[in-house]
Structure formats: C-alpha cells, structure tokens
Write a protein that binds this ligand. Structure first.
Ligand code: PGA
Length: 251
C-alpha cells in the first residue's frame, strides 16, 4: 500500500543544459516503470527548465531546500511557493549536508517542513546519525530527537505530505551502505515512533526512504526490507543508466 519512491539528489552538480540532457536520457529508460514514484532534485537554477523537460513523463521534480517565509527581505532564500511556481512538487529538507555545513537544525527543519506542506509540496525530511553517534550507541536517540524535532506541531493529516529519508551520515558518498539489517532496524524504529506520536494508520502509510551509497547492485536487498519504501540516491542518480536501474529495482 506504500508506493515506493526513488528520488535522485543531484546536489551541487550539473548546469541547466546538463540537467536537461540527463533527463532526456533518463525519460525513455524509466517510462515503463509503473507503481514507483520517481523524483529528481536538481540545483535551484535548473528547476524551471527541468520541470518543462519532464512534462508528460513519470518523473517529478524536487528542490533541495527551501525557506519558511513566503516572501520578504531574506536575501538568497527561496520560498516554497516559488518552488511550485518553478514546477516542483517535492522538496528535500534537512539533508545532512545542510545540517553539517549550513547550520540546519531540527528547529529550522521543522519550520521549513511546515511551510513546504502548507504551500502544497511533499516534504522529503532527512534524518541520520553520524559515525561517532552510531559507535557510541546513540543512533536511536539521535533519530528520535531529529524526528520529534522535525515533526513537532504536526498532525496525522500533515504526515500524508511527508516522506522520511533515513540517511546514516557515514554512508553518504562513502561507498559504505548500511547493511540491510542496520537500515531495516532504524526504519522500523522510525515507524514505531510515528505510531506512538501519531497513530498506527499514519505510521503504516508513511514512506521511509533509505539513503547512503544506494547503487543498482544493493537497491534490491534494501527494498526487500519490510520498512524500506524507497531510496534517496546521490552519486548514482547523476548517471541515467544507474538511476534508471535503481528505479527498476522490482522489474
Ligand atoms: P549518496 O548520497 O547516494 O551519494 O551516498 C545520498 C544522499 O546524500 O542523499
């Protein structure tokens, strides 16, 4: 009942032309993939052109961040409404790179998610522990703090517009994937947390993606886990062939 989502996070890669070219390559490769929501997140400057490029395809567009105000004197920021105006349906919020390098906190994540879903976007909310936190047995505690912080003030209806992405920081861009058991264990923990905070129905419906060195050769095992509903893919989403192979995990 949870439709799998495969989302590509292009990070700070690709010009407008390169982004459109990648989508032109990707579209025919994924056009027959049914029952998987396919999303790509290019840089801000490409969003509008890329949205035109995916029209009438089964690919949706996400931004990689947003601000929580609708407008005002906020130099450098982009509002959720403007992302919709540029053709986005989704937005990634709280990616660990934003937490690590740009001062993102659970409180700013919370405000951004609220603004994003109020505007009509689906928010892909990222959580994940550092290696030091895992090694000191604090993974669950860290995840709980991040989830509770991100979802503070939300109700069960809001959760229909939220996708969680569990991305252990030590597995991002390192080639080290969490083992399927490590990933499943945290996904189940998140699902149980959502059942406690909201209700079992909401927890059964919310999609929880795994992220961190997802590749064509490990996606199948990950997707076989009962609580893994998709993937947030960085490096392997920058090539049409590998991203299409990931999106075709069940073909
Ligand atoms: P990766 O990145 O697939 O390159 O590890 C994942 C992410 O940062 O979302």
């Amino acid at each position: 009942m949870r439709k799998p989502m495969i989302a590509g996070n292009w990070k700070l890669f690709k010009t407008i032309e390169e982004s459109v070219a990648l989508l032109d390559e990707l579209k025919p490769l994924v056009k027959d993939i049914k029952n998987v929501e396919i999303v790509v997140a290019p840089v801000f400057t490409s969003l509008s052109r890329v949205s035109d490029a995916v029209e009438n395809s089964n690919i949706s567009i996400a931004a990689q961040d947003c601000y929580w105000e609708e407008e005002g004197a906020f130099t450098g920021e982009v509002a959720p409404k403007l992302l919709i105006n540029a053709g986005c349906s989704h937005v990634i919020i709280g990616h660990s790179e934003r937490r690590q390098y740009f001062g993102e906190t659970d409180s700013t994540v919370n405000k951004k998610v609220r603004a994003a879903i109020n505007a009509g976007l689906v928010a892909i909310v990222c959580v994940g522990e550092l290696l030091s936190e895992r090694e000191s047995n604090r993974t669950f505690q860290v995840i709980e703090t991040q989830i509770i912080g991100a979802l503070s003030g939300f109700n069960a209806d809001d959760l229909k517009h939220i996708v969680i992405a569990y991305e252990p920081v030590w597995a991002i861009g390192t080639g080290k994937t969490a083992s399927t058991e490590q990933a499943q264990e945290v996904h189940l923990y998140i699902r149980e947390l959502i059942a406690k905070k909201f209700n079992p129905e909401t927890s059964g419906a919310v999609r929880i993606l795994y992220g961190g060195s997802v590749k064509p050769d490990n996606v199948k095992n990950l997707m076989e886990q009962p609580d893994i509903d998709g993937a947030l893919v960085g490096g392997a989403s920058l090539k049409a062939e590998s991203f299409a192979a990931i999106a075709a995990f069940n073909v």
